[in-house]
Design a protein. Structure first.
Length: 288
């Protein structure tokens, strides 16, 4: 025919599936390794999967785990560095950066509470025994609750309030974790001071408390004042005066409540008020 088509008989049509074959012109190992190639390329780029990684929210345990990822050696180094005035101005860059923690500050404050109560109770019991050997000394556990309230309120509450104030003013470069870390580690000096204040010498206790107040106060000023100075409002710098007053008030409170046990024997007759227990009435002389 002129059209170029040739007639085909119905019997010559191949049956369905007979004579039909699908062929691939790709190498035999490409299809098998395609998935592996894609997976390998992701791993080489540093990704674990094609799905985007989602950060944990602040309400999850994983979010706070990073702030407790420290060892004992690192915590001790950060604690001891607060006792050196020469390292105060570079403390954040040399010890806290780039990973400030909450583990060390929390246990530092907790240890301060324990040290205040234990060593003040020990000092009081020794003074009571030396003055009245036959009297039975009763521990004042109310001091423990006072220590918990004071130390945690100052070590956790004050830096949190300061951070909120600075955020309101517009200073956003300072993190809350860094603020709590600086305040918490700065209180480390009170642990050895509490142990040394067991010695019943009035002038020595005043010197130790003043030394602890000066060291920790200088450490706080050296690390906080640059943050306050970065604010646009110059009046923000006067917050350092409030912080200094709070710090001195805390030191005086520690001295009066925990390091002022000087029990002496009664002079003359018995107590006219009928109080024969140490720590009560005129039998206890508080020498500040």
């Amino acid at each position: 025919m002129a059209s170029g088509y040739a007639p085909v008989e119905a019997d010559d049509v191949p049956e369905e599936g007979d004579g039909l074959e699908f062929k691939t012109f790709l190498p035999a190992d490409n299809s098998a390794n395609a998935g592996e190639a894609r997976g390998t390329s992701n791993v080489n780029r540093g990704y674990l999967s094609d799905q985007p990684q989602q950060r944990s929210g602040f309400w999850t345990f994983e979010y706070y785990q990073q702030y407790f990822d420290v060892d004992t050696k690192m915590v001790l180094q950060r604690c001891c560095a607060t006792l050196l005035p020469t390292s105060a101005s570079t403390y954040v860059s040399t010890h806290l950066s780039p990973s400030p923690d909450l583990y060390g500050p929390f246990w530092t404050l907790t240890t301060v509470i324990f040290a205040l109560f234990v060593f003040s109770s020990l000092a009081a019991s020794i003074s009571s025994f030396l003055s009245h050997p036959s009297a039975q000394y009763t521990y004042n556990f109310q001091l423990l609750s006072i220590a918990v309230s004071l130390v945690y309120a100052y070590g956790l509450g004050v830096p949190t309030l300061l951070w909120i104030t600075l955020r309101y003013i517009g200073v956003k470069e300072w993190s809350l974790v860094e603020a709590v870390a600086i305040w918490g580690y700065s209180q480390f000096v009170w642990i050895p001071v509490a142990a040394l204040c067991v010695i019943p010498v009035a002038i020595m206790r005043w010197v130790l408390v003043g030394l602890a107040c000066g060291l920790s106060g200088y450490f706080l000023v050296a690390n906080i004042y640059p943050v306050l100075a970065s604010a646009e409002a110059k009046a923000t710098r006067f917050l350092i005066v409030i912080i200094a007053l709070l710090h001195v008030a805390l030191a005086l409170t520690f001295k009066v409540l925990f390091f002022s046990y000087y029990v002496v024997k009664d002079l003359g007759g018995g107590d006219p008020l009928g109080s024969d227990q140490p720590g009560e009435g005129p039998a206890q002389m508080l020498r500040l």
